[in-house]
Design a binder for this molecule. Sequence first.
Ligand code: 1CP
Length: 352
Amino acid sequence: MNMPSEKLPEEKLLLRALAGEATPYVPFWLMRQAGRYLPEYRELRKKAGSFLDLCFSPELAAEVTLQPLRRFDMDAAILFSDILVIPYALGQKLDFAEGEGPRLGPFPGLKDFHDFDIGAFDKKLQPVYETVSRVREALEPDKALIGFAGAPWTVACYMIQGHGDNEFTAVKKFAFGNPSGFDKLINTLVEATSRYLIEQIRHGADTVQIFDSWAGLLPDHYFERWVIAPTRKIVDNIHKVFPKFPVIGFPRRAGQLYQPYAEKSGVSCVGLDQYFPLKEAVHSFGRKVALQGNLDPVLLLIGGKPLESALHYILKSAENAPFIFNLGHGVIKETPLEHIEQLAKIIKTHQR
Ligand code: 1CP
């Protein structure tokens, strides 16, 4: 008899879907499944001090990673960290002011990756790798562990703007005004992100997701240059070390550019936001890649009948496709726990 730790990776439903199988049950996890909507997160967050302290305390970060699975039995845990640990590891100052979101220090400028202190980079990220190892140890063999990073474009947005925004006009001015200079920043982030993700995989991640939250801000030719091409390079770098390793790409709000992204970025699975019709994705690129998504988080916030019918619509839209259920963006922090219970029950009992 197999001991649990000897189970094959193929026994993880999420990995089967990533490998292109239309699984008999739909695996699910939720973006931002660890976080403020959970009372046990809020409690631990208070104890940890700052948000960065929490990200860099392997014991606490591992605990936060596992919290949502104890309640809702998701098919995957996602590493608890943040996309902004990359600028931080490159030496940019970073603070998460209470209730205000991230604040970064002055932009370090357009340098090659190897002009940064790589020893310091590796050292600062070491606690994240330790978190991955700890979660790997603790996780049931049928649950997948998702590592992640921000995509170069999205991370560059925060590095230059210094904080969150809806338009990132200052960043676009910078990038469109000096595209070859901006390429240098993107290339640096490609190198840094590849190194970071490869280490997460070495420490036990089963898949990694690349979050390109602001992909939708770029017009098409820049989208090719700063969303698709850098993602492709990261995927290729991962594949040099771990051939065929499954990568999930999430180019949020990419609209019509989802299709070229699916065809050219090299990812195994494309995460859809709530604005892209799932049915159309299944039809136009659902044979090339697995799909993930795409419930509007507001439907989870309100629950009840509207949630139930939206879930059935999504399950029907993805009927015969390799599919991972998720939201179109993160869980909203006011979301009642009972609504997530309702969601989990419907997804987990739906047999295809
Ligand atoms: O004090 C707190 O508790 C801060 C809230 C918080 C949390 C829970 C932040 C600050 N980051 C996180 C964790 C986090 N961030 C995860 C953990 C795993 C999980 O999903 O459960 C992940 C994957 C992220 C990724 C992330 N961070 C993204 C990409 C996804 C997205 O939301 O679009 C982005 C853009 C960030 C930056 C960031 N970090 C935190 C905030 C509030 C923000 C957004 C800033 C802004 O644009 O205003």
